[in-house]
Design a binder for this molecule. Structure first.
Ligand code: 13P
Length: 256
């Protein structure tokens, strides 16, 4: 049985004052949902924040059970890559998770499947957990190529990481569901998750059982329970709802 994992992704949102308020409220109000965010939780919880706020968030979250994450990473270890941030730097800032291959990176920064795989490898080498995002666009969904697209995206990572895929988290995020209020039915999402797990199983049965496959895309308190009840949906990658502490905690409440 894989434990549920709920990871927030603030994307490019926040300010010093607002972050402090959100994280302090999360830690203070968390007792309603979890008793305390300082003790062992029934689920794994994390928050992926913009680079400039990692230090602030680490200060507030260290010694709690809310893991810190980043939203991207360079595939290079160091050197002349102006503007990039290495995995070792993120590890030093206290990150446990790094999102790689988010559709917003693939779309706005032309990130290829191979680059995403290299970023996942760099993350693992620095002893953090990559959250590898896959998902089809609306057009691909409409022309029935969802499985072809997500399988290709996942295969590039399996080909590079081989057995290390067992130490990763996968997130299925249909692009058409991100920030739109549209969500696939639980059965539709389950089918994609199941197919991704089968793909992992053709490579390594043990990895397939172990790897958490999260769902992301307009996940909210009022739709989380049904989606996360599906056997191959092991948690959520939460955008908008992670910026509202009450909504985020209500979402956690709905699935524990
Ligand atoms: P929303 O929850 O805002 O749809 O975003 C999902 C997402 O992209 C998380 O990475």
């Amino acid at each position: 049985m894989r434990p549920l994992t709920i990871i927030g992704n603030w994307k490019m949102n926040g300010s010093l004052a607002n972050n402090q308020l959100m994280l302090e409220t999360l830690l203070a109000e968390g007792h309603e949902t979890f008793k305390s965010l300082y003790c062992d939780l029934p689920i794994s919880l994390g928050m992926c924040v913009p680079y400039p706020y990692l230090s602030q968030a680490h200060g507030l979250l260290k010694n709690t059970k809310v893991a810190l994450g980043a939203q991207d990473v360079s595939d290079h270890p160091n050197g002349a890559y102006t503007g990039d941030v290495s995995a070792a730097m993120l590890q030093e800032m206290g990150c446990t998770y790094v999102i790689v291959g988010h559709s917003e990176r693939r779309q706005h920064h032309q990130e290829s499947d191979d680059l995403v795989a290299r970023k996942a490898k760099a993350t693992l080498q620095a002893k953090m957990i990559p959250i590898i995002c896959v998902g089809e666009t609306e057009k691909e969904y409409e022309n029935g190529s969802t499985l072809v697209v997500v399988r290709k995206q996942l295969q590039a990572v399996i080909d590079l990481l081989q057995g290390q895929i067992a130490s990763c988290v996968i997130a299925y995020e249909p692009v058409w569901a991100i920030g739109t209020g549209k969500v696939p039915s639980p059965a539709q999402a389950q089918e994609v998750h199941h197919q991704l797990r089968l793909q992992l199983a053709t490579f390594n049965a043990e990895a397939a059982e172990k790897v958490a496959i999260l769902y992301g895309g307009s996940l909210k308190a009022d739709n989380a329970k049904e989606l996360l009840a599906m056997p191959d949906i092991d948690g959520g990658l939460v955008g908008g709802a992670s910026l509202n502490t009450e909504e985020f905690l209500a979402l956690c409440q709905a699935c524990i």
